[in-house]
Design a protein. Structure first.
Length: 400
């Protein structure tokens, strides 16, 4: 054990050593044209986790001279026989424990499983390209590879990186739009080229969907037993579903990447990209929260704790804690709401800095992020109104 510690200490003292933001070994799907279509990580090491393993894997990659690409931001190395041999030698103090208990030293378990793959001669594809790759992410800059995109999306889905904390600029240009059949991606161009042959032989794949992203459940096992997803198509990889108690019903519900809920939540509506929903909130059937990918909205929206978005409502501003949006109405940045002076004073009591307008009129952007506001449309005159909410929002504990 002391020898391993000495190796790690010496490795970290080398002049070119840099501590990684994240690293892991991924299995990649390589298209017929050589593009990486997908990357799957059985384990993600993030922000200071398992730095001893990082020393082992990087030293093994250097020993094997298996570099695929390197720059200041990230590096990719192919896993070959020499890589595995070196890793197993460096891991030798822990091999006995790992072989006797498959739940110990999970990074070593990956190497042991890959050794079985190597024994079958399946580390490389027919073109000699590595199907298993060590990806190292050093800084949170624009991604240069599909492997680093998948690493960041996994970090978000696992909660290792907070939502909206990672640089995802340019990822759509890196990812290929593919046909997914189960967990296998197919190049659309290859399917078109081979359509006659595949269909006549009965080998045309059953295509589930076409997208650049896989679904959440294709890459992530929910970390808590009380997270419920009743339709796997409704959650995109890169979403985060909180610390348990999240329930997503079928129908109009959806969660995009880099978005999600921070705790117990009932979702029957749409949580768009970069939207964060607080614990205890209820997104009603067909309710829609605007994201940042389209429509010109550049400010990510947050929904506070214990909020209720009514059926078929739309929300384009952030909500503080304990807010209610009645069904069927749109609360947008430019929507004008009438608030009586009496109600405005009550809103000001729980929102320091809230300015009371003498006109009693407020644009939605003036109410963004404020706590305890109930948004409604007057059924008699059609005016949009708001007032201090006096209703406590509680989720059904039997469902969460």
């Amino acid at each position: 054990m002391q020898g391993f510690k000495t190796f790690v200490d010496n490795f970290q003292k080398t002049p070119n050593y840099r501590q990684p933001l994240g690293f892991g070994i991924a299995r990649v799907d390589i298209g017929k044209g050589g593009k990486i279509l997908c990357a799957s990580y059985p384990l993600l090491n993030w922000q200071g986790e398992n730095l001893g393993t990082f020393a082992v894997l990087l030293q093994s990659a250097l020993n094997a001279k298996s570099v695929i690409s390197e720059n200041q931001n990230e590096a990719l190395y192919g896993v070959n026989g020499e890589f595995l041999k070196s890793a197993l030698e460096l891991y030798s103090p822990f091999l006995s424990e790992s072989l006797s208990d498959e739940n110990m030293h999970k990074n070593i378990q990956i190497i042991l499983e890959l050794q079985k793959v190597a024994n079958k001669g399946k580390l490389m594809n027919k073109k000699g390209e590595a199907k298993y790759r060590l990806c190292v992410l050093y800084t949170d800059e624009v991604c240069n590879s599909v492997e680093s995109v998948y690493m960041k999306l996994l970090a978000l889905s696992l909660g290792k990186a907070p939502l909206r904390s990672l640089n995802l600029n340019g990822i759509f240009a890196l990812l290929s739009n593919v046909a997914w059949s189960g967990n296998k991606p197919y190049e659309l161009e290859w399917l078109r080229k081979n359509e006659i042959k595949l269909k006549l032989k009965g080998k045309f794949p059953s295509i589930d969907f076409v997208d650049k992203f896989p679904r959440y459940l294709m890459q992530v096992i929910p970390q808590y037993d009380n997270i419920r997803l009743l339709d796997s198509a409704k959650t995109r990889f890169g979403a985060y579903l909180g610390k348990g108690g999240y329930t997503q019903m079928p129908g109009a519900s959806y969660v995009n990447f880099n978005a999600g809920a921070l705790g117990e939540c009932m979702n029957e509506g749409r949580i768009s990209s970069s939207v964060i929903v607080g614990e205890g909130s209820d997104i009603g059937g067909g309710a829609s929260i605007l994201g940042v990918l389209s429509g010109g909205n550049s400010d990510p929206i947050s929904i506070g704790k214990n909020c209720l978005l009514g059926v078929n409502s739309s929300t384009g501003i952030s909500l503080g804690d304990g807010c209610i949006v009645d069904g069927g109405i749109a609360v947008l940045s430019g929507t004008v709401f009438e608030i009586s002076k009496f109600e405005a004073e009550k809103i000001a009591e729980i929102n320091p800095g809230f300015i009371i307008n003498q006109s009693n009129l407020y644009k939605g952007k003036e109410l963004s992020g404020r706590n305890g506001i109930h948004f409604r449309q007057d059924s008699k005159n059609g005016h949009m109104i708001a007032f201090r909410s006096n209703r406590k929002i509680e989720l059904n504990s039997a469902l969460h």
